[in-house]
Structure formats: C-alpha cells, structure tokens
Design a protein around this ligand. Structure first.
Ligand code: RFL
Length: 390
C-alpha cells in the first residue's frame, strides 16, 4: 500500500489526526493492534476541556458529544470532614465536558471509517517502522487473519500508539531526552455501577490516603483510592473499597452511593516526556510522547492538542509544501505538555500531602491548599491550569 501518512494507533490522538487529515484531503492509513469492538469499549478518561471540545466542534466531530456530555464547572475538596467547593467556571469562564473516552473513540472511528470511508486496519501484529530518516519511510505489520506481512509506504508516520506502543522505541536514545518522574504512589482505579454521589469531582484529602470521586454517566462513577505502588487489586475486596471510600470522603450529609465494582486496576503514578517528539519522518502524538498521571485529567486533552497541531502541520507540508509548522510541531506541543506536567506535579503534592512521611512536606501541602482556598488570585491561577486555559 502507498499512502501519505501512516497513523499508528487508534486512540484519541490517532483517530483525531486521521479524521482531520482526511477532511483536508490528505491520504492516510490507520494501523491499530486491537479490534474495533475492544477500543470502542475500553474505559479510561472522561473529562474534556472546553477548548478541545470547541475545536472538535469546529471540525464537525462533536455532534453526539455536545448532545450527550454533561458539563462541570466546579469541584470540591473534602478534608477534616468539611467540603470546600471551587467554582472554576465562574473564575475562568470555561467548563469541562464529561464524556467517556470510549464514546469519543466510537464517534471518531465512525466519522473516519464509516463517514469518510477511511482506511483503518484492526488487529495488526508486529508493527515496525523503517527508514525514518530517509525520504520514503514505511511501516510493516502482520495481518492477524492471513499471517501475511504487509508494508505501508508513506511520506510521514504519526506515532499515536500510546504509552506501551512501539513508535517511541524507534527513536535512538541519543536523539532524544526521556524525562520522567515517579511519584512512588499507586492509585486503585475503580469503575462502579452507581450514580454519582456529588455534582462534580470530589478530591478527598485524608491521613489514610487520597480518594476521589468522578462522575462518568448517570449510571457509572469512577473512584480512585491512593494505595502502595504495584499493589495487587485482589487486596481490595468490595468491603475494603467501600470502607475506605466512606472514610476518606466522609462529610456529614453527603453519603457515597455504593454499587457493583466493574473494574479495579492499580495505576502507578508516573509521568514522562520524550523531547523532541519528532525524529526524521516520525512524529509522536499523545501518550506515546508524554504520559501525565491522571491527577488533573490531562492525558486525553493533550492527545487531542497534539492531534490538532500534527494534522495541521502535515497538511501544510503535504498540500502546500510548507514545512514550518512541522519543524515547530514538537516545541508547539511541548509548551502545553510542560505546563500540564507542572500543574499535575503541584496538584499531586497537595493531594498526597497528608500521607507524606516527611512532616515538612505534609505541612507545605497544607499551606498550598490553604492559600488556594483563601486567595481568589491563587484560585484563579490554579483554575486556569485546571481547565487548560493557557
Ligand atoms: P491511547 O488511547 O492509549 O491509544 C493508543 C492506541 O494505540 C494502540 N496500539 C498499537 N497499535 C498498533 N501497533 C502497536 N504496536 C500498538 N500499541 C498500541 C492501542 O491499542 C490504542 O488503541 O493513546 P492516545 O491516543 O495518545 O490517548 C491518550 C489517552 O488515552 C490517555 O491520555 C487518557 O486515557 C489518560 N487518562 C485521562 N485523561 C484525561 O484527559 N482525563 C481523564 O480523566 C483521564 N483518566 C486516563 C484516565 C487514563 C487511565 N488509564 C488506565 C491509562 C483514567 C485511567 C484509568
């Protein structure tokens, strides 16, 4: 096969890139390791920042989202048995759209594959990238049904294959800096069949560990519980989960609604950034280039931001021979990436402060929280980052 852009990975980054390329008359082929059914049901993120939704809307990709998504403009901290609401929409003029990631993926696959007859190949194996520094790179993969090897020849490769993908590994170590940070903390991520117990997000700060509540749909709620990194989800029985959630999120008059736990996984809180995000004809986008622990709900938003920039840069190059945006692609993405990394780090220190072994750190976290809750200027600065208004 010959195409202009080979897109590896059909997550939010890859699918958005592919849709926007096709809209602008650039040919592409998407290669995805999983099946269509699998990616349309994989639950992950749920919070989209308003600027990202407006951009999807401008491109005709937000039809169902705008009909179905809930809107959030406030969250609350809970600690010492009290609630403290932060009304970030009032402070910034912007809000979040709550739309499960798998719904966005479903819409983007439909718009690309069904709506515009885009070429997408599911279940591919052994994806490899070739000749990245030459003029005619290519991608090979094995077809799962026939066992046959295929080659996609292209002009550019969009490496959108997530945190565990292969694209990033094709960049020689001496050609990029891999900057990373490990919090040494785990979060037990839970999906529960229960309606939300509060209007917005709840961040619980407690000496037993952080806990959070995030609405997803009227029937499904996500919860997080701080736990040791690498903890075994089997250590968390139904009884233990609910006991800890009730304790860590406890305030009078605001009970937590229990339900069946349909997903339990332990996430080790760590971040990384690959810099630059480009190597020869390969350009990374989304989690393949940068991971931000789900502390401030940033990952999916960054994946979309990269996709908007990459599709515009590739179009300028391939349709108009203008390479300036592609040359600046990595730096343009990384400005927002590093702001979000810094925000997540700051916020993580506040959320986990109550369990910090070092009393100095614990008191610093308290001081930050007090300032955030008492100074409108501090609250506005925080909220601008929280909603991604840069
Ligand atoms: P994705 O979504 O991981 O998509 C990558 C795709 O590439 C495929 N793939 C391959 N395809 C071909 N060949 C290979 N060798 C391949 N290897 C992998 C994969 O199957 C997949 O389909 O990356 P993308 O597009 O960069 O999108 C990033 C987001 O998915 C991620 O940042 C968010 O889910 C992070 N995240 C959250 N982000 C938010 O903005 N708000 C949130 O509230 C939020 N909550 C979360 C999250 C991530 C979580 N987990 C488990 C990772 C909650 C959780 C629990």
């Amino acid at each position: 096969t010959r195409t202009q852009v080979a897109v590896i990975g059909a997550g939010p980054a890859g699918l958005t890139t592919a849709n926007l390329l096709r809209q602008r008359g650039v040919d592409c082929v998407v290669l995805e390791a999983q099946s269509r059914e699998f990616i349309e049901q994989r639950p992950r993120a749920g919070f989209l920042e308003e600027w990202a939704v407006r951009e999807l809307e401008r491109r005709g990709l937000a039809g169902r989202l705008l009909q179905q998504a809930g809107q959030h403009g406030a969250f609350e901290f809970r600690f010492a048995a009290r609630r403290h609401t932060v009304r970030y929409a009032e402070l910034t003029g912007h809000h979040h759209f709550v739309y499960p990631q798998q719904e966005l993926v479903t819409d983007l696959v439909a718009a690309y594959a069904d709506g515009s007859a885009g070429d997408i190949r599911f279940g591919v194996r052994d994806v490899r990238l070739h000749d990245l520094t030459g003029d005619s790179p290519s991608v090979t993969y094995t077809d799962p049904h026939t066992g046959q090897s295929h080659r996609v020849e292209c002009a550019y490769i969009a490496g959108c294959d997530g945190a565990r993908g292969v694209s990033r590994r094709h960049i020689p170590a001496h050609e990029s800096v891999f900057a990373s940070h490990d919090y040494g903390i785990g979060w037990l991520a839970l999906l529960v069949e229960a309606p939300p117990s509060a209007d917005g997000v709840v961040f619980g700060i407690h000496p037993r560990g952080f806990a959070a509540h995030m609405a997803r749909t009227p029937q499904i709620t996500r919860f997080y519980l701080q736990c040791p990194p690498g903890d075994d989800p089997a250590n968390w029985s139904h009884e233990r989960v609910w006991q800890e959630l009730h304790t860590r999120l406890a305030v009078p008059g605001a009970p937590i609604t229990e339900g069946r736990i349909v997903e339990r996984q332990v996430l080790d809180m760590h971040n990384y950034v690959v810099e630059p995000m480009s190597y020869g004809r390969l350009h990374l986008a989304g989690d393949s280039a940068h991971l931000v622990a789900p502390i401030g709900a940033k990952g999916m938003n960054l994946a979309l931001h990269d996709a908007f920039l990459l599709s515009a840069a590739l179009t300028a190059q391939l349709r108009h021979g203008d390479g300036a945006r592609l040359a600046g692609y990595s730096a343009d993405c990384l400005r927002r990436v590093w702001q979000y990394q810094e925000f997540s780090q700051w916020f993580a220190d506040v959320l986990h402060g109550a369990t910090h072994a070092d009393p100095f750190h614990a008191r610093m976290a308290e001081a930050r929280l007090q300032r955030l809750l008492s100074s409108p200027a501090a609250a506005t600065a925080f909220c601008e980052l929280y909603i991604g208004k840069l």
